[in-house]
Design a protein around this ligand. Structure first.
Ligand SMILES: [Zn+2]
Length: 308
């Protein structure tokens, strides 16, 4: 079974335990884009903290989608089992939180399917030929990052679009910015979801490098706010905070910071010594590093050490 089939199987498995995803849009080829919502409201006088987590925007980084499945299962049930074994103080600290978690499990489903199944998943001959040319004549799509139109979705957002260091202006398996900002339906769908959810914070999972990115031309006060949360993520994962803002543009994190002034993070999972695409055998380690990221951010914000 390939990873795309495993993905479909996982969605079915989650349905069987009562977790139904919501379809927030369809890809270029008409595949559903799913988001899972988990929420907990203890105190109805308090506004819940909303966290939107998205993964798999780069096709070959599909391990991040499987990380989200693991996080969904963890925050749905397992965390409560774990908490029942913790001391009373730590337990109530978590149980008193009000939150809404949104997991947009894969932002580039067409790319993910192409990357893991190759051209076998494409029946249209013209499209197959187009994809071979996008992939520079290479019939192996395992390193493919873009969507099915040869647009790199994480440089397609309307946020200093076209000014990124690695941007290119023609269709390619990576780094093509698109014909205009937000040109791709997958980009538009994620924006519409974000506008609907109105998250307080977003996390974008990528691979690889064990790094955290949080900057995008914020003013000084916001930079301090956003770095304080980045430090929580760094302490939890042991990943390195990258204090740079000048190389990135057009990414989802960049879009969230520029348009909503909210803290938004790119977390690169997986050791840099691994090669792309990261095999699913790396998942247990990556999950272990990341499972408390959300709960530690929620606890940090609820403690009042940082206001949004
Ligand atoms: Zn990426």
């Amino acid at each position: 079974m390939n990873e795309y089939e495993l993905y479909l199987q996982k969605i079915d498995e989650l349905k069987r335990i009562g977790l139904e995803p919501h379809i927030y849009g369809y890809t270029t080829l008409g595949l559903p884009m799913y988001v899972y919502k988990l929420s907990k409201k203890i105190d109805y006088t308090k506004k819940p903290i909303k966290v939107l987590v998205q993964a798999g925007i780069h096709a070959r980084e599909y391990i991040t989608t499987f990380l989200l499945f693991a996080l969904i299962e963890y925050y749905n049930v397992r965390i409560y089992r774990e908490l029942s074994m913790l001391n009373k103080e730590r337990k109530s600290e978590y149980l008193n939180l009000n939150y809404e978690l949104y997991f947009a499990i894969n932002t580039n489903v067409d790319g993910f399917r192409l990357c893991t199944m190759g051209l076998d998943c494409i029946t249209d001959i013209a499209l197959r030929n187009k994809l071979i040319s996008i992939n520079q004549g290479n019939l192996d799509f395992s390193l493919y990052k873009a969507n099915i139109n040869g647009v790199d979705l994480n440089v397609n957002f309307d946020a200093r679009w076209g000014t990124g260091k690695c941007n290119i202006k023609h269709k390619n398996y990576e780094n093509f910015i698109g014909d205009k900002p937000n040109s791709e339906v997958e980009t538009q769908n994620l924006i519409a979801l974000t506008q609907k959810v109105k998250p307080d914070i977003t996390i974008s999972y990528h691979s690889k490098g064990e790094e955290i990115y949080y900057q995008f031309f914020q003013d000084e006060q916001m930079l301090l706010r956003d770095k304080s949360i980045a430090q929580v993520i760094a302490k939890t994962t042991k990943y390195a905070i990258k204090d740079i803002s000048t190389t990135s543009a057009g990414g989802y994190k960049d879009y969230c910071i520029q348009h909503y002034n909210i803290p938004a993070y790119t977390i690169e999972v997986g050791n840099d010594s691994y090669s792309h695409p990261l095999g699913l055998e790396k998942l247990p380690t990556i999950f272990k590093q990341n499972k408390y990221v959300i709960s530690n951010i929620l606890k940090f914000l609820a403690s009042g050490q940082q206001n949004l």
